[in-house]
Design a protein around this ligand. Structure first.
Ligand code: FES
Ligand SMILES: [Fe+2]
Length: 350
């Protein structure tokens, strides 16, 4: 299955690109990222054209990256600009591929398509630029052994929270929610709403801490290729959202290979209640821990197992079953399939 190329992919959280080159495999290609001394983000193919040494073992010199095997130096455009040996002659063809890369919304993004890419096409996650650090969870990542479509389908079908994350993020009483799907261009929004249900643990901790019934909303936005923002929270039954509280959960899925995904995530509390100390500090830690636990111990186990079955020739996959909850995942696949087909046919202008 080919990847969509003309798209901005999240390479890493900006906080994780420090003063040393960092390798990251994206769309099954080895890349190396570094910050120039001017602070610009550079992304090059992670293999020196002389003997293919990994460039991420190299040194940053101003805007250049020096291969630490024999010292060829490459500029931010991937051109070899210095050969320290003998004549200093730079052999023709001594260059590596350069990828457009930018820092935006506290993330490093890379354009894997043709041309320079337009950073204005990066979906809006400006909440990370403006949020009070006290209400932002840890910015984390994990590697999942599944194609990134599996994780996108998981997130676009939030009904799974009521079963797979029972207790923490959902419960039995929330299973039967109505689902609404909207599409605007290539952006999708899948919404669920539950009226007067017992509060899942995380929502209760953030909202009232008394176990009383609540209304729960969840509106998840998807932008290609794998960028999701879940606006979710709880309020008093029949009350306004603005009287409730919740989180914006951001999820970024980047194909590392056909079979592994780089999954970056973080949450920002919305309309947070001030409980005072020590509860506010505890909440910050708990928000990270409960979400990490749900994604790592529950989603990961289920999705990786699902992927293994899908890859298992002994599993009969001729008659897949569809449910109402699949509306979002099915639409997402249709959009991706069309875009990839257009790219394949050469109909996409960069
Ligand atoms: S392998 Fe990079 S300079 Fe020789
Ligand atoms: Fe989940």
């Amino acid at each position: 299955m080919p990847f969509l190329r003309n798209a901005w992919y999240v390479a890493m959280w900006a906080q994780d690109l420090t003063d040393t080159p960092k390798p990251q495999r994206i769309l099954d290609e080895p890349l190396v990222f570094y910050r120039s001394s001017q602070g610009d983000i550079r992304a090059l193919a992670d293999a020196c054209p002389h003997r293919y040494a990994p460039l991420h073992l190299g040194k940053i010199i101003g805007d250049r990256l020096r291969c630490q095997y024999h010292g060829l130096e490459f500029d931010g455009d991937g051109a070899c600009v210095r050969n320290p040996h003998a004549s200093g002659r730079i052999p023709p063809g001594a260059r590596v591929k350069a990828y457009p890369a930018v820092e935006k919304h506290t993330l490093i993004w890379v354009w894997m398509g043709d041309g320079p890419g337009n950073p204005a096409d990066i979906p809006d996650f400006s909440l990370f630029d403006t949020a009070d650090p006290a209400v932002v969870s840890r910015r984390e990542w994990m590697r999942m052994h599944a194609h990134y479509y599996r994780i996108t389908e998981n997130l676009l079908d939030l009904s799974h929270a009521t079963i797979l994350h029972e207790g923490v993020l959902g419960n039995e009483e929330m299973v039967a929610a109505k689902i609404n799907l909207e599409q605007s261009g290539t952006t999708l929004k899948v919404s669920r709403f539950n009226q007067t249900v017992p509060p899942p643990r995380l929502y209760d901790l953030l909202f009232r801490r008394d176990g009383a019934a609540v209304d729960v909303w969840a509106d998840i936005r998807w932008d290609l290729p794998g960028c999701l923002l879940n606006d979710t929270g709880a309020t008093t039954p029949g009350g306004k959202r603005s009287d409730g509280t919740g989180v914006f959960g951001a999820h970024f899925l980047t194909p590392e290979t056909e079979t592994t995904t780089l999954y970056h995530f973080a949450a920002v509390r919305q309309n947070p209640r001030a409980w005072g100390e020590p509860i506010d500090s505890e909440l910050r830690v708990l928000l990270s821990e409960l979400r990490h636990e749900a994604f790592d111990a529950q989603d990961r186990v289920m999705i990786e197992g699902q992927q293994r079955n899908m890859d298992d020739a002994a599993v009969d996959k001729r008659k897949p079953v569809f449910l109402e909850v699949d509306a979002g995942p099915v639409r997402f696949r249709r959009i991706m399939d069309e875009l990839i087909e257009k790219e394949r046919a050469g109909l996409v202008e960069a």
